[in-house]
Design a protein around this ligand. Structure first.
Ligand code: C2E
Ligand code: MG
Ligand code: MG
Length: 787
């Protein structure tokens, strides 16, 4: 919820409740006032109604007195001639009645009645010429006559006729004054009736306005409820008006609506105003601060601006700014630390990746190139292990300092943008230069770095036998992305290593193809089923008499995807990718399974030579596997010779030594394969526990070519001195065979004897040899006889 909405949610109910409370109070006070006002007005109206009524009563009384005071009634009453009386005098009476009425339209009636109840004369001022006195008027006359009273008036309001005010007055026919009570029977009763139009008009108006009938009765009324008024119309005539409840409700309803509307309008105005002020002085500054913070968090801005505010918000923004600045400083420190290699103080792999990505992007935009030099220290592990980690660390630090200086100097001399130099891992370094080969910079850089190792690398006044292999890859020619560029420079570095170390190599297409092939071999090795794609061939080993003393098992791989792949190609890949065990275990098992057949071909003492990867000696389980296979196939362990390539011999670790000892204690023979192909030293021949030593094909080739018989003889003698028998590999000419025999070599292996053969072919080969031997045996006596 935004701050504005929160403010609204807070202010709206409070303001609304305030105004509703105020409106309720006003309603309560104003309601009472309105009630009082209406009550007063009602009483006033009723007073006015009473006055109108009484005026009518007075007028009626005046009418009767005026009539009696005049001659007309007297003449009428005293006229004995009934005909004259009703005609001439009746007409005169009518005229005087009409003349006495000031309102021509007003209903007036006059009746002259003799007791007991004889109507002598009746006239009414109406359109009906035959009108007669009403029963109600007669009833009033009867009532007066019957009562001791001499005069009386009444308000006649009966259903069906318009109300009348009736006045009856006894008159003495002689004196025409009010008679004494005893002479009442001889007196005449004059009755006048008027219609109180003004009163009735007002009564109707009031009834309409108040929505209720005015009650008129002869008993005193009491006021009813909050709004009710009574009036005394005469001595025994009373009136009451109690307005309908809806009347007051309509008055109060209007007030209520007005107040409600007022409260809502005022609430809205107040809320609007308060929100405006809240937004201006609270929400907006906080929102501005929040926006800045959000921008900082999303990375669209780097810092927070100081806000021109005072009070809490000003302090808050200042504190947030301070906090942010502090955290940025800490972040910078942490980032710098996380981007720096702790040992050498130069950039680490993480920073190298980040910065190199930027450099490649910049180069792409500018249409320029970059060159990556991937440096690996050769034999660093050897120095580290032999001289200790302290020397190793010192070597890396010194190297980093010297390469840094070289990079800085060459870049400055050539006016190039700064180069990026980082330690990627252990003994791997990388230099990213913002230039391409062609100007000599790369060559100069590589040569300068290599020259650091020209006479060993000097650390703390002592030289160490390390060198460097440098792989070079160029953006965008060799790779378009950083991972690809690193991978290609790495491949070039391996190329440099394989070319004899302490050199540099530029990444090339053929190198790329080689790497691709290596990757495919690796992939295929991972998924292959050895039983499906592998098979073994055997290469016989013979002694000086041509007798087969042993056979070396050699692996062949026919891949459905890659065709035939030589062990020289896939064994090193299997070793570097950790897939060697899968291969070795299969070979050990299969070769031992075949041993029985080989023995049948060449004799019970035929030795089976099995090659294993030197890395295998670092695993504990290899000796168990050899023993288990020997047990399973019923093979005499003394007839198994395990060939270890000389690379293992460079350094025999604890585990390897233990494994060899275990294998030897179980009867297995050990042979050092490919002696002379690499770094095996004479000292190692002396040190290592082996039964046999195999002179490498290349060594045999070179020594026989140069006819170095004394050297060969010395070498064989040295091995014999160590109780080792010597096998010469690569015997493909009789000259080599003759020379090695002369040097004292024990056994021979090579194409001259036989190529590696499948078990079936080996059988044919053995058979062929027997036939040849037999033929030779047959020819010998023949020759002797001929001789
Ligand atoms: P290696 O153990 O030294 O095997 C001898 C290699 O030299 C074999 O090559 C053999 O065919 C070859 N060779 C022997 N005499 C001659 C000759 O007169 N002329 C020529 N041109 N070549 C000769 P291959 O079979 O290609 O094996 C190469 C290497 O692969 C082996 O060298 C061994 O290191 C490795 N390897 C072969 N089979 C296995 C195996 O089953 N397991 C392991 N771990 N490595 C194996
Ligand atoms: Mg071998
Ligand atoms: Mg060999």
């Amino acid at each position: 919820m935004t701050l504005g909405k929160r403010a609204l949610a807070l202010i709206f109910p409070v303001v609304l409740a305030g105004y509703v409370l105020a409106a309720s109070l006003i309603y309560y006070v104003q309601g009472s006032a309105i009630l009082g006002l209406e009550r007063a007005r009602l009483w006033q109206q009723m007073g006015l109604l009473t006055a109108l009524f009484q005026n009518e009563v007075t007028q009626n009384r005046s009418l009767i007195y005026s009539l009696v005071a005049g001659d007309t009634v007297r003449l009428f009453v005293n006229e004995p001639d009934a005909g004259y009386r009703s005609t001439a005098l009746g007409v005169r009476l009518q005229q005087s009645i009409t003349s006495l009425s000031d309102d021509r339209k007003k209903f007036i009636s006059v009746a002259i009645i003799r007791p007991p109840l004889t109507v002598d004369y009746y006239y009414e001022d109406s359109a009906d010429p035959f009108a007669e006195i009403t029963p109600q008027q007669l009833a009033h006359a009867r009532q007066v006559i019957a009562s001791p009273r001499l005069s009386s008036w009444a308000y006649l309001d009966t259903a069906g006729i318009e109300p009348l005010i009736v006045h009856s007055e006894f008159i003495d026919p002689l004196t025409f004054n009010r008679p004494v009570a005893s002479a009442k029977d001889s007196a005449i009763l004059v009755q006048t009736a008027v219609r109180p139009n003004a009163f009735l008009e007002m009564k109707r108006t009031l009834e309409k306005e108040y929505g209720a009938a005015i009650e008129i009765g002869q008993h005193q009324f009491l006021a009813q409820g909050a709004l009710s008024a009574t009036a005394t119309l005469g001595p025994s005539l009373f009136a009451r008006l109690t307005p309908d409840a809806a009347f007051l409700e309509s008055r109060l309803g209007t007030l209520k609506s007005l107040l409600a509307l007022g409260a809502i309008a005022l609430s809205l105005c107040t809320i609007g105003l308060v929100l405006l002020l809240v937004r201006r002085y609270i929400t907006n500054p906080i929102a501005r601060l929040d926006r800045q913070l959000t921008d900082v968090m999303t990375g669209s801005r780097s810092g927070i601006l100081a806000m021109d505010e005072v009070g809490e918000i000003g302090r808050l923004s200042a504190n947030v700014k301070r906090l942010h600045d502090h955290s940025m400083q800490s972040f910078d420190l942490v980032q710098n630390a996380s981007w720096t290699d702790t040992l050498t103080g130069i950039s680490n792999r993480e920073y190298f990746n980040i910065r190199s990505t930027q450099l490649l992007e910049e180069a792409e935009e500018a249409g320029l190139g970059c060159t990556l030099l991937f440096i690996d220290v050769d034999n660093f592990k050897f120095v580290n292990d032999k001289h200790g980690h302290k020397i190793g660390d010192e070597l890396l630090k010194t190297l980093a300092d010297r390469i840094s200086a070289i990079v800085a100097r060459i870049v400055a001399d050539r006016g190039l943008p700064d180069g990026l130099f980082a330690r990627l891992s252990g003994d791997e370094f990388a230099i990213m230069l913002r230039c391409q080969p062609g100007g000599g910079t790369i060559t100069e850089m590589a040569n300068n770095i290599l020259s650091l190792f020209a006479e060993g690398f000097e650390v703390l006044d002592k030289a160490y036998p390390v060198t460097a292999s440098i792989g070079i890859a160029v953006y965008p020619e060799d790779a378009r992305t950083l991972p690809e560029l690193i991978a290609n420079a790495d491949a070039a570095m391996y190329q440099a290593k394989s070319q004899g170390k302490n050199g540099s190599a530029r990444y090339s297409r053929s190198l790329h193809e080689k790497r691709t092939r290596q990757r495919r071999i690796e992939e295929e090795l991972r998924v292959l089923d050895p039983d499906e794609e592998f098979h073994l061939v055997y290469m016989p080993i013979v002694d000086g008499h041509g007798r087969v003393t042993g056979c070396e098992a050699l692996l062949r791989w026919t891949s459905p995807a890659l065709g035939s792949v030589t062990p020289d190609e896939f064994i090193p890949i299997a070793e570097t990718t950790g897939l060697f065990s899968k291969i070795d275990w299969w070979v050990i098992d299969r070769a031992m399974a075949d041993h029985g057949r080989i023995r049948k071909l060449f004799g019970a003492e035929t030795i089976l030579c099995i090659n294993i990867s030197s890395a295998e000696l670092y695993t504990k389980s290899i000796s168990d596997h050899f023993c288990e296979c020997a047990d399973r196939h019923g093979v005499d362990t003394r007839l198994i010779e395990i060939e270890l390539t000389e690379t293992f011999a460079v350094k025999l670790g604890e585990q390897s030594r233990r494994n060899i000892e275990i294998l030897r204690s179980r009867g297995f023979r050990i042979s050092i394969d490919d002696f002379g192909a690499g770094y095996t030293s004479v000292q190692q021949i002396i040190e290592y526990p082996a039964e046999t030593i195999k002179l490498d094909r290349a060594l045999v080739e070179s020594l026989t070519r140069s006819a170095a018989l004394p050297t060969l003889r010395a070498l064989v003698a040295l091995c014999h001195a160590q109780d080792m028998s010597v096998i010469a590999e690569g015997i493909d000419t009789t000259e080599k065979m003759t020379l090695l025999a002369a040097a004292g070599c024990d056994l021979y292996q090579g194409y001259l004897i036989s190529r590696p053969l499948t078990l079936e072919d080996l059988g044919i080969w053995a058979m062929q040899r027997l036939i040849d031997k037999a033929r030779e045996g047959a020819q010998k006596p023949e020759r002797r006889a001929r001789a």
